[in-house]
Design a protein around this ligand. Structure first.
Ligand code: AMP
Ligand code: ZN
Length: 105
């Protein structure tokens, strides 16, 4: 989607550093961290939110990406968050999983 900030990041438009990437997702640091470590796992395909997701394989791949990136970075204890819908705090309407660790605000 051309006007989606996360699609643009995936496309390399902002030269965002990916701390991890695989066939299904990229992982980068949240620009406004709410913990010592705050990462976003973002699927390469544009899906607005969990409500629009109908691909259980992709959901599994995203959760395994959480596991793989935290393992790679040595993060043993963390919280995962998926905000779904504006009233729940979703600001970017491209599905993503927050990974928060240490000093969670
Ligand atoms: P949510 O509120 O669940 O939609 O989360 C969106 C997150 O994306 C927020 O925590 C923002 O700080 C983060 N964010 C927005 N724009 C960028 C960006 N250009 N690079 C990294 N993180 C971003
Ligand atoms: Zn998108």
């Amino acid at each position: 989607m051309t006007d989606c900030i996360f699609c643009k990041i995936i496309n390399g438009d902002f030269n965002t550093e990916f701390v991890y990437k695989n066939e299904y997702a990229v992982v980068f640091k949240d620009i406004n961290p709410k913990a010592d470590i705050h990462l976003l796992v973002v699927p390469r395909v544009h899906v607005e939110s969990l409500n629009e997701l109908d691909d259980e394989v992709l959901l599994g791949k995203l959760m395994m990406t959480v596991k793989d990136v935290t393992k790679k970075l040595g993060i043993k204890s963390y919280r995962t968050v998926i905000n779904t819908g504006r009233e729940a705090g979703q600001e970017v309407f491209h599905l993503h999983i927050h990974i928060l660790s240490g000093g969670i605000k």
